[in-house]
Design a protein around this ligand. Structure first.
Ligand code: SF4
Ligand code: SF4
Length: 458
């Protein structure tokens, strides 16, 4: 029963059992009958209710945290924490860490270590991601890592995939190279010129729009996957449908991910504030419909109902990220950001004075695997727990009381519910539900969505 949820959608109840891959809309009376039958174990008889009970009585296995031997699932390289832009919301701007640049020796040793692990474990696939700062500020590290990993993968006989998260301001020649050599490009691109230049200027204050628009066009024509990642503020939330339309008319991304601004002292100084969550959810859904009509996948990561996971991100997935100073971490944020929250996300370190020997700390591995939704009691009764998994371990501070949802929970819950109704082809109902604020609020503000916790008022 703990993985069977019931959420009111206007005058019906959405029964949602993600681990059974099941969703059904029923009347409140039927939902209570369903609860009682499941709790009592009584025979449910034939007919649609009986079928539903039978399906929901199937045993399911909850996603589990990783256990046992540490085998890196992917390698992340941070060539530098520095960047050529000075985005108005970026928390990296003032960090001392931005001065560090990864040496070529460290990049070589990290790739060799990772590919050795792939070979030793017999994994059929290797995965290398580049993050920053702006990774293309140190192109030599990317070139070396790509060529070395390709050679090692050919020797081992495994497949290999590269992904980069970039601001997309590289030269035209580098853009063609990227289109030809990297499999997925996640491009931070906030929208038309006025938005992009306001949010994401160069350090001298000039706009970055022209460079990124040119490169977004080149990448759109390449064979690789291109995701646009747009940061949304209170000022741009109402423009999400317009931004989606413009992205589709001007470019050909495979997916567009909209993310609400994560406030920093720098965004506060620039007068940029996060969007209202209700407005974000409404506008995301309007934008999603436009994107889908153009064959572009809309993404709001915490509401991806296809996911079944215990952690939202690399943390807890044995993903190893190598920082320019040789520290191995589970999270790509600056160390100071997670330390400020009292977290230690170090997995080990590379010893550059010992031929790049890599030390993984087993206690750190255990501790970081513990960052998972099983340990987030706040999320225990949320229907989205196996999709959102509690969100970012650093920046999403969960409430102390069940149902004490913050703006991130509110928008994740609305968008996930919309995604479920859309997947069920109940778009008309989804539309009327979204227009009915009282009904929407009833869906959002349930302290527990578990069917077993629903009382006679359901
Ligand atoms: S309670 Fe909030 S953080 Fe937890 S799973 Fe639900 S939406 Fe995500
Ligand atoms: S903890 Fe947050 S910032 Fe770090 S990798 Fe996960 S989602 Fe990203």
């Amino acid at each position: 029963m703990r993985n069977i949820f019931a959420v009111p959608i206007r005058d019906q109840i959405l029964i949602y059992a993600p681990l059974h891959n099941l969703a059904a809309l029923v009347s409140p009376t039927l939902a209570l009958r369903l609860r009682d039958l499941l709790a009592s174990g009584e025979p449910a008889g034939d007919g649609p209710l009986g079928e539903l009970v039978d399906l929901l009585r199937d045993e399911v296995t909850e996603p589990a945290p990783l256990q046992g031997e540490f085998v890196p699932s992917a390698l992340g390289l941070l060539p530098t924490r520095g960047c050529n832009l000075a985005c108005r919301y970026c928390g990296f701007i003032a960090s001392e860490e931005t001065q560090f640049v990864m040496s070529l020796e460290m990049a070589r040793d990290a790739v060799n270590w990772y590919m050795d692990q792939v070979q030793r474990s017999g994994a059929p696939h290797a995965e290398i991601h580049f993050f920053g700062g702006e990774p293309f500020c140190v192109e030599a590290v990317i070139d070396l890592a790509v060529h070395l990993a390709q050679r090692r993968a050919a020797e081992i006989g495994c497949t290999l995939r590269f992904e980069v998260a970039t601001n997309g301001t590289f030269s035209e020649a580098r853009c063609y190279w990227t289109a030809d050599n990297l499999d997925t490009v996640v491009l931070s691109f906030d929208g038309p010129a006025d938005v992009q230049n306001l949010h994401r200027p160069y350090k001298d204050g000039s706009g970055s729009f022209d460079a990124i628009a040119r490169n977004a066009r080149i990448l759109s024509e390449g064979a690789n996957s291109v995701y646009f990642r747009a940061c949304i503020t209170e000022a741009t939330v109402g423009r999400m449908p317009e931004i989606a339309t413009w992205f589709c008319q001007e470019f050909r991304p495979d997916a567009v991910s909209f993310e609400p601004l994560q406030p920093t002292p720098w965004s506060d100084n620039a007068g940029l504030v996060p969007p209202d969550p209700w407005a974000f959810a409404h506008n995301f859904i309007a934008a999603a419909q436009i994107l889908e009509a153009h064959g572009v996948r809309p993404v709001y990561a915490p509401a991806e109902i296809g996911a079944r996971q215990v952690t939202f991100c690399p943390v807890g997935k044995d993903f190893v990220i190598v920082a320019p100073d040789g520290v191995l971490t589970a999270c790509y944020l600056l160390r100071g950001e997670w330390e400020a929250r009292g977290l230690d996300l170090r997995l080990g370190r590379m010893n550059t004075d010992q031929n790049g020997a890599v030390q993984i700390d087993p206690e750190a591995v255990e501790s970081i695997r513990g960052f998972n939704v099983h340990n987030k009691l706040f999320c225990a009764g949320c229907f989205a727990r196996w999709h959102c998994a509690g969100g970012c371990h650093v920046n999403h501070i969960l409430g102390s009381q069940p149902g004490d949802y913050d703006r991130l929970c509110i928008q994740a819950r609305i968008i996930a519910l919309y995604n479920i109704l859309h997947a069920m082809h109940h778009d008309e109902l989804a539309h009327t539900w979204l227009q009915d604020h009282a009904a929407l609020a009833r869906s959002v503000w349930q302290a527990s969505d578990r069917l077993a916790d629903r009382d006679g008022t359901l």
